[in-house]
Design a protein around this ligand. Structure first.
Ligand code: SF4
Length: 379
């Protein structure tokens, strides 16, 4: 796996610029264990590098493992092939010269600040900085994306790939995210814009290394390792908890609910840290790790089926044939480049849930109450 700077890297650039005080706090935290999603991402990145830089075929990697993740033909079909097809859209004439998985940094201008750029290249007078995103989660925007700008700024200063920027008049920051609604996103910017970002980054790192760096909470807190010990978050949680429930009016309730995602994320990070410490043998007073509820599973499916047949169970008792869900059918059809006929499925909500006013979904009708109000007006 690529090494990471413990000051700032591509994925932390946004947070460090917004909250320079987070750097020293995050440095005190234990390294986070890898996750299944991170391992899958690492495997996908090395397959892309193998294909693009070493003329391997994606199938050569089937069976490779990292942690609990194994490269399967399905992974190749759902993530690697679409990523390669997306690259063909960007460079249909195969004109691009490029370097994959380049370690890029700022040299003596900003010591120990570096990252690994997935692909740095050049087509005509345009430099390319490309990032593969193999996660299934949030659709990542590319415009003014601090991670992309970090790699572009670092690559411009890295002798091994600086050729891509020599006399370039534009820089294309590209995100290829095979499972996103828009799998290819391109933001064309200029060397001047990247240099302006670099000044902002340098100022934030300088402040972070100084005596009293500023702190600011916001959506950049989401991936901050220092969340469980962050004074801004613990302060906000404290203030919310100390509010007397008897005296809360609706307006104050709304304000408190706005804090809810931040508090939930804070609590999740505290739980994750406690679990990590316990797993590493560090006692957390009052808590222990226990096994999750066990569910029985067949030791061997074929042997179990044969044994149960011998005991007299017929196929209708042994096997459950179930129609796949609309989402699963849609995924299967997508592979055949077909759309799910709209009239086959209907979205049924299981009930109402609380959402902020800004949520794009319309407010749910409280039919009983609104009907009673309407009838009340008639009578
Ligand atoms: S949780 Fe947010 S406010 Fe706290 S240190 Fe991290 S980025 Fe800064």
């Amino acid at each position: 796996m690529a090494a990471h700077s413990n000051i700032v890297g591509g994925s932390t650039a946004k947070r460090v610029i917004a909250c320079p005080g987070s750097v020293k706090l995050a440095q005190q935290m234990p390294p986070r264990p890898s996750s299944r999603y991170a391992d899958e991402g690492t495997l996908c990145h090395s397959i892309m590098e193998g294909v693009l830089a070493h003329e391997c075929q994606p199938e050569d990697f089937i069976g490779d493992k990292l942690g609990d993740v194994t490269v399967t033909a399905e992974l190749i079909e759902t993530k690697i092939r679409p990523a390669l097809e997306a690259l063909d859209l960007i460079d249909p004439g195969r004109e691009m010269t490029y370097e994959c998985e380049a370690t890029v940094g700022f040299g003596d201008a900003l010591p120990n600040v570096f990252g690994s750029a997935d692909l740095v290249g050049r087509i005509g007078s345009t430099a390319i900085v490309l990032d593969w995103k193999f996660g299934d989660g949030v659709d990542v925007a590319v415009e003014e994306n601090p991670q992309a700008m970090f790699y572009a700024a670092a690559a411009m200063r890295t002798p091994k790939v600086a050729w891509a920027f020599k006399d370039a008049t534009s820089i294309d920051c590209i995100i290829i995210q095979p499972t996103a609604d828009t799998p290819v996103k391109v933001w064309r910017t200029t060397p001047d814009r990247i240099r302006a970002f670099e000044r902002q980054l340098f100022a934030a790192v300088k402040e972070a290394m100084g005596p009293d760096p500023s702190m600011q909470s916001g959506d950049h807190c989401r991936w901050c390792a220092a969340k469980p010990v962050c004074p801004l978050l613990t302060g906000a949680v404290d203030r919310t908890l100390k509010t007397s429930l008897q005296n809360i009016d609706a307006a104050r309730l709304g304000e408190m609910l706005e804090q809810a995602p931040m508090i939930e994320e804070y609590l999740a990070s505290v739980r994750a840290l406690a679990e990590q410490m316990l797993a590493e043998g560090v006692p957390v007073p009052g808590f222990k790790l226990v096994q999750k509820r066990a569910t029985r599973q067949w030791v061997n499916d074929d042997e179990a089926q044969a044994a149960l047949s011998r005991l007299g169970l017929d196929d209708t008792e042994l096997m459950v044939a179930k129609l796949v869900s609309p989402a699963q059918a849609e995924k299967a059809l997508k592979k055949r480049k077909l759309a799910l006929p709209g009239e086959l499925a209907v979205a049924v909500s299981s009930g109402t849930t609380l959402a902020p006013e800004s949520d794009p979904r319309p407010a749910a009708l409280q039919i009983g109450r609104q009907l009673a109000t309407a009838l009340g007006k008639i009578v």
